[in-house]
Design a protein around this ligand. Structure first.
Ligand code: DGL
Length: 273
């Protein structure tokens, strides 16, 4: 059986790349719902419906473990999927999100006192990070900033240029206007690490920038060590199947840019799932 990585589009490739580098021997399925991205501005009901369709599709295949590598979907759909969908559909399989491991890593591995979080409007409005941080690191201050234009720029392959820099400068200025003591910036949207060189150029160098691939990959490795009942079911052929809900040629072109090797995806339809 395989490990599945799901995202609303290309962003999860940043998490997938980090996972595959750390755990290269497993077999993976990457599913991007490119036809319906972005999820960031959509309601709870819609994000849940789209994410549940993806999870059902992956469970109907041979995926023992699904990582929802999308903050918006983790914030708005994960809990219902874990509590309602999974127990009835596939009680021996697992669906994990990306928010809890990110907050655990912040609380455990970083000296952050004031963390700025950049994410989609959906992630920010859900307050999921604030709720988890209040439990695990109650002294940490959190400044949340929705950056709604960054995902469409990434999905269009606009990874540099004056237009992108304009919005990065604007979002950073808004962030420090809210709290000038920010010492760390969590990229709480899986698309944003694709913009890392430009974000690093805009954000002062004393501010630590945290990407979720580097957090989620070791967290998944640790999970597999602690869960032999899941790990023991995983095949080890080192293969990845790429699936997209939109044009596979477009997916292959951008995925190759992000992953650095040729990609051949298949187009699927989730609406029936
Ligand atoms: N990459 C996703 C996230 O981490 C969301 C992008 C979107 O679909 O808006 O939140």
């Amino acid at each position: 059986m395989k490990i599945a990585i799901f995202d609303s589009g290309f962003g999860g490739l940043t998490v997938f790349g980090a996972i595959r580098r750390l755990l290269p021997s497993y077999d993976y399925v990457y599913l991007g719902d490119n036809a319906r991205t972005p999820y960031g501005h959509r309601s709870f009901e819609v994000v849940y419906r789209f994410t549940a369709q993806a999870v059902r599709y992956l469970l109907a295949g041979d995926c023992a473990l699904i990582v929802i590598a999308c903050n918006t979907a983790s914030a708005k759909a994960l809990r219902s999927i874990q509590q309602t969908l999974l127990p009835t559909l596939a009680p021996t399989r697992r669906v994990l999100g990306i928010i809890r491991p990110s907050v655990e890593a912040l609380a455990r591995d970083h000296d952050a006192r004031t963390v700025a979080l950049w994410g989609t409007a959906g992630t920010v409005q859900s307050e999921s990070y604030a709720i988890e941080l209040a439990k695990l690191a109650p002294k940490m201050r959190l400044v949340q900033m929705a950056c709604p234009l960054l995902v469409p720029l990434v999905e269009s392959g606009e990874l540099s240029g004056a237009g992108l820099d304009y919005f990065l400068q604007k979002y950073w200025a808004q962030t420090v206007a809210e709290d000038p003591t920010v010492d760390s910036l969590l990229l709480a949207c899986t698309h944003y690490p694709l913009l890392l060189p430009r974000i690093r150029a805009v954000v002062p160098e004393e501010v630590e920038i945290l990407s979720q691939g580097a957090i989620v990959a070791p967290s998944l490795a640790d999970y597999l060590l602690r869960h032999p009942e899941i790990e023991g079911r995983l095949s080890r052929g080192g293969q990845t199947t790429f699936l997209t809900t939109d044009h596979s040629e477009d997916f292959d072109r951008l995925a190759e840019l992000f992953l650095g090797h040729p990609v051949e995806s298949a187009k699927i339809d989730l609406a029936e799932s």
